[in-house]
Design a protein around this ligand. Structure first.
Ligand SMILES: [Zn+2]
Length: 620
């Protein structure tokens, strides 16, 4: 190709239309971030305590616990349901029609002064003493949690007691009481059992630190900055100390064991993880080592395939993680979510904002700016479809459109997959601008940026259409793989779309008025996209060859045969589709392996490709 022609091609807005859909094969992706101490991670054995409560009437009829609770229910006039935690023999939940505690609309007690948490605490302690045979004797281990004990709504109270041994709290153990309309209406325990482990440590914090340092090794000790003072805590664990949780089958009341631990933590400045070690304060054993950083995610509604509302075919949006999105916490410089849309909060309550002006993709939506914010720890949810084109959810920014979210997601995934094949390609490392809801219809284009058009005139919004989005991105990849555009670039773009969709129909849902593609006169039987590259699904049932298809059907143009470039995509794209779905399977490959091989052959031969994809000399 002459230099002049190449330049004219480069400046041309390459028309689009593409296909496909298909999630990237995550297995071929390299892990984006390997944290420094990943190799030392040790999950807390027994830390996940599976609880399957048992209704009291499921206990054997002669069981003394069952008889005791039946007596309780009778005394309260019936109407109570009690579920036992087999690990402790205590109620996981008891709920009923109410036991009058303080004056309220649910009883006839006479008003006698204000209802306070202190007053309710006294009532709860009296209740425990009255029902000691069923609830146990905890006076030496129980204390009210003033932060968790609150009036949730007028007249509705939650009381939470914590278990404390030798001044050390048992983590996550709680005994709850709920009062509504003046009555006790429910109570229950969680991870609550008699502690037989001493809360007085045998080793001190300094000794625990020495053990921790030895566990981690000394190489980068200087880089570790303590994140919090050493903390002594009691853990209630499954006594089997196994990694995977299972319901308790052992003796009732023996389903929890306690370990006193020193919890030590550190960060490495500039890195996300908050590393935590737990060292048994009696034995010195390293019980656990893990990343405790609080991660939240950016997510939003994305159309898997198209925006036409045909849910079974991938035409309805649902929440997806938004990968590599920008996140600014409290006005600080942006960081980026990982490939699962996850980010880390420095401060859980801080505000975070994103504008999809991100690591690899920048969205510019013509409906308005895209800016969403949230509380850091809660994560940032863009929400889902509100309607066509510029419609957004109430309160959402003008540019938080279905096309913005969907294009952001799919272009990111396409780039991510390509980075795995072409790790040295600088364009893939850069930021690609995607203009969504461009005020036009029935097309899309690439010209250094992607331009995705609105729905209308019988066409769907191309920014909501995986196949079209990836086709346009394919032009960009073609432009930036070295060697300039292939000719026709339409074939490059169609092939990329086919790989993503595993579908010969390029951009199904492009037409939403019942039309199928024209096939340049060889009518598409079912494809609502722009081209059908499975010849069996066109009227003729014949593969498109230069002599049999391009010559009689394609108008004059700039393709290798001197014909229109979209039309000339057919012989090439059909060959690739045939290779993946017919030729390779005929040689014995399963479908998934056939697609993978075809894709690998394609991408790994793209670097430096350009000019005519094939030689052609049609009859004069
Ligand atoms: Zn195109």
């Amino acid at each position: 190709m002459s230099e002049k022609r190449r330049n004219s091609l480069r400046t041309l807005f390459v028309c689009a239309f593409v296909v496909g859909l298909a999630l990237p094969a995550l297995a071929v992706q390299p892990r984006e971030r390997l944290a420094r101490y990943d190799g030392a991670v040790k999950p807390r054995a027994g830390g996940t305590v599976a609880i399957s409560p048992l209704a009291v009437d499921e206990l054997p009829s002669g069981d003394s616990l069952r008889r005791g609770w039946e007596k309780f229910v009778t005394e309260q006039g019936g109407g109570w349901k009690v579920y036992i935690d087999p690990r402790s023999g205590l109620p996981a939940l008891a709920e009923g029609r109410g036991i009058p505690w303080v004056p309220g609309p649910g009883n006839t007690l006479q008003s006698d002064g204000p209802v306070t948490i202190e007053r309710l605490e006294r009532l709860a302690r009296n209740f425990l003493a009255e029902h000691q045979a069923l609830l146990g004797e905890w006076n030496d281990q129980i204390e009210i949690d003033p932060e968790a004990s609150v009036e949730r709504r007028p007249g509705v109270y939650q009381l939470v007691f914590r278990q404390v041994v030798d001044g050390v709290r048992v983590e996550n153990a709680r005994f709850d009481f709920h009062v509504a309309a003046g009555n006790l209406v429910s109570f229950g325990t969680h991870r609550w059992a008699r502690v037989t482990t001493s809360g007085v440590p045998r080793i001190d914090a300094a000794e625990a630190q020495t053990i921790f340092d030895a566990y981690l090794g000394g190489e980068d000790r200087e880089s570790r900055v303590p994140a919090a003072p050493p903390e002594l805590t009691l853990l209630a664990l499954d006594p089997r100390m196994e990694r995977s949780p299972a319901p308790w089958q052992g003796a009732r009341g023996e389903g929890l064991a306690h370990r006193l631990v020193w919890r030590l933590s550190f960060r490495v400045p500039g890195e996300a993880p908050l590393w935590v070690g737990e060292i048994d304060a009696h034995s010195g054993e390293v019980l656990a080592f893990y990343d405790a950083a609080h991660y939240a995610s950016v997510r939003g509604g994305v159309f898997p395939r198209m925006g036409n509302g045909d849910c079974a075919a991938g035409g309805c949006d649902f929440p997806h993680p938004l990968p590599f999105a920008d996140i600014s916490e409290d006005g600080q410089a942006s960081v980026f979510t990982d490939d699962f849309g996850v980010y880390q909060c420095n401060s859980d309550g801080a505000p975070v904002t994103t504008s999809l002006d991100a690591q690899y993709v920048r969205i510019a939506d013509e409906c308005g700016p895209t800016t969403e914010s949230a509380v850091c720890a809660e994560g940032l949810d863009f929400g889902q479809r509100a309607g066509e084109n510029c419609a957004v959810q109430p309160g959402a920014s003008d540019g938080n459109t279905s096309a913005a979210r969907t294009s952001f997601y799919h272009v990111n995934r396409a780039k991510q997959a390509a980075r795995a094949y072409m790790p040295d390609n600088t364009w893939l490392q850069g930021v690609l601008t995607v203009n969504t809801n461009v005020n036009n219809t029935c097309n899309a284009s690439y010209g250094g940026q992607l331009n995705m058009f609105r729905a209308g005139n019988g066409c769907g919004n191309t920014g909501e259409n995986l196949g079209v989005v990836v086709h346009e991105w394919g032009h960009g990849m073609d432009d930036n793989d070295g060697g300039g555009f292939d000719n026709p670039s339409e074939a490059y773009a169609d092939v990329v779309a086919i790989f993503w969709s595993h579908d010969g129909c390029i951009g199904p849902g492009f037409y939403v008025d019942g039309r199928t593609c024209s096939g340049f006169g060889d009518t598409c039987l079912e494809c609502t996209g722009v081209r059908e590259m499975d010849w069996a699904k066109r009227q003729s049932g014949e593969p498109a060859t230069p002599a049999g298809f391009v010559d009689p059907r394609c108008d004059a143009g700039d393709g290798p045969c001197g014909r229109q470039v979209h039309c000339e995509s057919h012989p090439i794209s059909e060959s690739i589709y045939d290779l993946a779905t017919r030729d390779l399977p005929a040689m014995g490959l399963d479908a998934a392996s056939a697609w993978q091989l075809a894709e690998k052959l394609w991408y790994e031969t793209r670097t430096g490709s350009g000019g005519d994809i094939y030689n052609c000399s049609l009859p004069a």
